[in-house]
Design a protein around this ligand. Sequence first.
Ligand code: NUP
Length: 217
Amino acid sequence: MERKTGLILALDVTDRMEAVAISEKVSGYVDAIKIGYPLVLSTGMDMISQLSKYAPIIADFKVADIPNTNRLICEQVFKAGADAVIVQGFTGHDSLEAAVKLAKEQKKDIYVVTEMSHPGALDFMQQVGEGIAKMAADAKASGVVAPATRPERVAEIRKIIGNDLSIISPGVGAQGGSASDVIKAGADWVIVGRSIYQAEDPAMAAKKLVDEMKEFI
Ligand code: NUP
């Protein structure tokens, strides 16, 4: 994925027309559009190819299964036109390696969730976040998903993975994180949903974020 603005739109709307309208409005400000279960379950898998004309598509299905099933799922998602898939890391190295192997064969990307951005991630996930980051680097994944709500953790994770992997970081705006703070801490992209798609003017909201990050990118 090429970094021009540092912004990824999380398009968690459930209406096809709205999804297309917002994508059209913000396409000049985003490097990718992340879609997940809310949009795909309500509109269908063909939403992926429909939106791919506006920006590369990251499919946030947080895939978390045995190696063979991970491979089968990623195969279908890439076939539908996605450029990248987000997988969970807690399933371990073999599940991750199966997804990465397939992605490399197809010149696609896998992003691995290390520690999630919501408060409940402290219950279990944070304890294993660093180990997952190391595993993602060993498996040569394209990058990791790390929390904009905790820039200090993003800085830790950056130390572990080095500069070969990217960090894409959700939690800006509605969840309380700051775009410029997390970019300064070492993230390559911020992932932003509600603050853009629920804004009165989504293009203006996206532009504001891009302007905020500009000097740190
Ligand atoms: O740790 C994570 N936190 C998170 O919010 C991992 C994610 N994939 N996400 C996703 O990022 C979440 O499912 C949503 O699609 C987006 C953040 O949206 P918002 O809080 O900006 O509306």
